[in-house]
Design a protein around this ligand. Sequence first.
Ligand SMILES: Cc1ncc(COP(=O)(O)O)c(C=O)c1O
Length: 464
Amino acid sequence: MDTPDWKGPLGEALDQALAYLEDLPGRPVAGRAGLAGLRAALGGPLPRQPQNPRQVVANLARAAEPGLVASGGGRYFGFVVGGATPAALAADWLTSAWDQNAALYVLGPAASVVEEVTGAWLAELLGLPAGVSVGFVTGVQMANLTGLAIGLREVLQRAGWEVESAGLWGAPRVRVLAGQGRHGTIDRALRFLGVGAGAVEAVDADDQGRMRPAALAAALELGDGPAIVCAQLGNVNSGAMDPLAEIIPAAHDHGAWVHVDGAFGLWAAASPRLRPLVAGVEGADSWATDAHKMLNVPYDSGLVFCAHPEAHRAAMGIRAGYLVHGSGDQRDSLDYNPDHSRRARGFPVYAAIRALGRQGVADLVERCCALAGRFAERLATADGVEVLNQVVFNQVLVRFLAADGDHDAHTRRVVERVQGDGTCWMSGTTWQGQAAMRISVSNWSTDEADVDRSVAAILRRATQ
Ligand SMILES: Cc1ncc(COP(=O)(O)O)c(C=O)c1O
């Protein structure tokens, strides 16, 4: 075979990527194209003949461009979406070029060692016990699934039931206690595991969405037998953190497994100033978090940690005659993941941490939180604007008051107008029964000027 033309398509991709990234800070934040326009630009019949790869990349970039959301830029405050730091993005490109299957040590020794090293760095950064096991997954949905699968296995094992072989039919009932403010991916993970979302015993939460430890203690008293407690660091609306220092000992006194969904809030541990928010975190049994949120690694990049590596491997591992399993302490990543073949997701996480260092990660997290505080301060002083939450981390909930008293309708209208304005983008939500604008500061490149420009746009649209 002739040497393929790598430079053509990869050079085109580099040119297109640089043009996009350099334009990102100035581009309108929302996508411009509608559904019909994108279908017309990207669709058509199944191609019959080959096409020049460079041309394919150029055409794709041109056709997709109007439908791209500038979610990697500094004025995107929707959901909890991080951007991509230069080192992490570049390492992500290499991950594709190297195309390692990070399932087994033998398939990619460098990928395996990078995950081992990065896992230990992450444990230190996030205040988890040394020696925790780690899995690199697509996001917290899969990290929650993995943590809960390990917990389910473990609490049933202690009750004399082997869930791997016997499944859940006829098994002792496992209680699942989770805060009212939990994220929907906990319920979805329980659906996938066959436990069912209906199994959740919702524990009362306070006005910020934090689980009430006294309510948990009372709920735990109502039954015995195998139990899992799901706690949370970072309520998806308010950013509030469950008080783990009280929750974890209470759960352990009842023999429960404690899983912590710390999708973005666990990153408070990386900052000496914010670490008190996650006090007690090291006592849990499993933890889920994302690198594609606060650490600003490109999608998709989630992490699951477990304080019981044996249980982790027992719940996730797989053996087959044709597989070549690592010997000694060579890490086979499929022992820690629900995936079989998979992308070597450790490389960009490794590069992100190398480039930032401990100090850089702390600065990134603290900057996002300080800028959320700046949003709250500036908006709270404006007429007809209320900040609904205590801004403890990177989330701000805002309500706009209407002269006619229909604050919900007005708030939703303001959110829509701001989304259409193009200066910035944030979504709406319902918080404690009230419509609210939801601002999440999660991007490494956001600065004071971005916040001030966004506040000005919000106030302009609120009074138009
Ligand atoms: C608390 C919490 N848990 C879970 C998730 C889901 O994370 P992912 O979309 O990475 O699966 C989110 C997403 O924002 C979240 O905030």
